[in-house]
Design a protein around this ligand. Structure first.
Ligand code: KIV
Ligand code: ZN
Length: 516
């Protein structure tokens, strides 16, 4: 009998805790809608108490995303749980996930609580969450470094108090597959026939997050927590695509599978990578650029004779198809809308209008447009922020005997302004000039360039990470211009617009709290 393992996706919560991976509300909504297409069982949409931005994102996702159960994280404190419940209003299916550490290291040094106090708090908070929802998850944080008999006591007590899922986190990525498998087998045995399931949440500090999760599934876990591309705190979380494909490919061994629509994996990976600016390493399992590339002569020879010789999964199963040229300069709005709907996007009239204008501009520069080009256009339209700064003109000069210089013309709050400046290279000249014109106090933390498709007229995409007073945003720009000056300028301005938007949203939220 094949057991169905629940996929609890935490890309928008633990994943967003990766340094530099912060997303704004529109971006989170776009990811959540894609997670729904991927058919995950539960979306952990954020940590409602942590910030007004997280609260609003969970609330919008609860109201707008259909299919998966929506969950908010909450510390084991009444005010956190109340806030999670408020944020989840409107979700047809919702869960509160509350947590407190169980290891002596955490209890003694961080929480300054005794084991008994932590146990009592855990039980009270599960009961508190149950007064709002029937679906409550409890996590004893740092479970893998906790005393086994105390951990068993906690797990049994929270199940008794009404938790329907007990998640066992390997918070610091310390455990090994053999050890974790045994732990999960013991815990499953302890709560057998109590109607609750054991979940696992593994971090990748020793590169074992997926192996540990798979060992736990083999030992009886019924839910696994993971993220797209394995993003997450420090070295990340277990990667969703590796677990889903691992189970699908080795169903014979694990006797388990998931409900994941694997053909959506590739698209989900590209979306998360584009939005967060976190590039996927080429040799990453399943979604790396080389994951299905066979270069050795012997392998190619075998594949030509029979695919089964060297291919354990086929690229189509994760939604990878030969890049198809889908549209060109002469394609009209109707064909554009049709093509987008085939890719799974439904846009409002306003979004469609903006995306179509962008498409027309790009089609003037580029002979053929591929699916990836359309995705880049649509994602940009859906995550647009109000433009305080927009690029109206750009000229870059770079020669042998003169320092690189840039003349930038911006529309800033309705006024045109222009400035010329120099830099160490053309992009540096563009950035310095924009920084002077906008008087930004932010710092550029990362600059990443990549080609969206192949060919010399390919769109290049620039992602930048910009930080001001601890707030980090990622800006994107794309263009066909080969030295990337325009895409770089767009990416920088997009990040500055997002920063301004963030500051304004925070001010509005603080005002709201002040008024209550
Ligand atoms: O890693 C961890 O322990 C967590 C918990 C909040 C589940 O993310
Ligand atoms: Zn975690």
């Amino acid at each position: 009998m094949t057991r169905m393992i629940r996929i609890f996706d935490t890309t928008l919560r633990d994943g967003e805790q990766s340094p530099g991976a912060s997303m704004n509300i529109e971006e989170k909504l776009l990811v959540a809608k894609q997670l729904a297409r991927l058919n995950v069982d539960i979306i952990e949409a954020g940590f409602a108490f942590s910030s007004p931005g997280d609260f609003d994102a969970i609330h919008r996702i609860a109201q707008e995303v259909e299919g998966p159960m929506i969950c908010s994280l909450a510390r084991a404190k009444p005010e956190d749980i109340d806030r999670a419940w408020e944020a989840l209003q409107g979700a047809p299916k919702c869960r509160i996930h509350t947590f407190l550490s169980s290891s002596d290291i955490h209890l003694k040094h961080q929480f300054r609580m005794t084991r008994d106090e932590a146990l009592t708090r855990a039980v009270e908070m599960v009961r508190h969450a149950r007064s709002y929802v029937t679906d409550v998850e409890y996590s004893p944080m740092d479970a893998t470094r906790s005393d086994l008999s105390y951990l068993c006591e906690v797990v049994e007590a929270v199940v008794e108090a009404g938790a329907s899922t007990v998640n066992i986190p390997d918070t610091v990525g310390y455990t090994t597959p053999q050890e974790f498998g045994e732990l999960i087998r013991t815990l499953c045995e302890r709560i057998r026939d109590k109607g609750a399931i054991i979940s696992v949440h593994c971090h990748n500090d020793l590169g074992l997050a997926v192996a540990n999760s798979m060992a736990a599934i083999h030992a009886g876990a019924g839910q696994v927590e993971c993220t797209v591309n394995g993003i997450g705190e420090r070295a990340g979380n277990a990667s969703l695509e590796e677990i889903a494909m691992g189970l699908r490919t080795r169903k014979d061994f694990y006797q388990a599978d998931t409900q994941i629509h694997t053909e959506e994996i590739s698209k989900s990976s590209r979306l998360v990578s584009n939005i967060t600016g976190m590039v996927v390493q080429p040799n990453k399992a399943i979604v790396g650029a080389n994951a299905f590339a066979h270069t050795s002569g012997i392998h190619q020879d075998g594949l030509l004779k029979d695919k089964n010789t060297y291919e354990i999964m086929n690229p189509q199963s994760i939604g990878l198809t030969e890049s198809r040229s889908v549209m060109g300069k002469l394609s009209g709005r109707h064909a554009f809308r049709e093509e987008l709907s085939k890719l799974g996007y439904t846009l409002s009239d306003q979004e469609l209008q903006e995306a179509f204008e962008r498409f027309k501009r790009l089609a003037d520069q580029k002979k053929e447009l591929f699916e990836e080009d359309l995705e880049a256009i649509v994602n940009r339209a859906a995550t647009k922020v109000p433009e305080r700064f927009s690029l109206k003109g750009l000229q870059v000069k770079s020669g042998f005997n003169e320092p690189p210089s840039a003349t930038v013309e911006l529309l800033m709050n309705g006024q045109l302004a222009s400035q010329t400046g120099t830099g160490d290279g053309p992009v540096d000249a563009v950035y310095r000039t924009i920084a002077t014109l906008t008087e930004t106090k932010s710092h550029l933390r990362a600059y990443i360039v990549k080609a969206i498709t192949g060919g010399t007229d390919a769109q290049g995409e620039v992602s930048v990470r910009v930080e001001e007073n601890g707030a980090v945003v990622t800006g994107h720009g794309s263009d066909t211009d080969i030295i990337m000056a325009s895409a770089s300028a767009q990416a920088y301005l997009n990040a500055l617009n997002k920063l301004a938007d963030l500051v304004e949203r925070h001010a509005r939220a603080e005002q709201k709290i002040g008024l209550c």
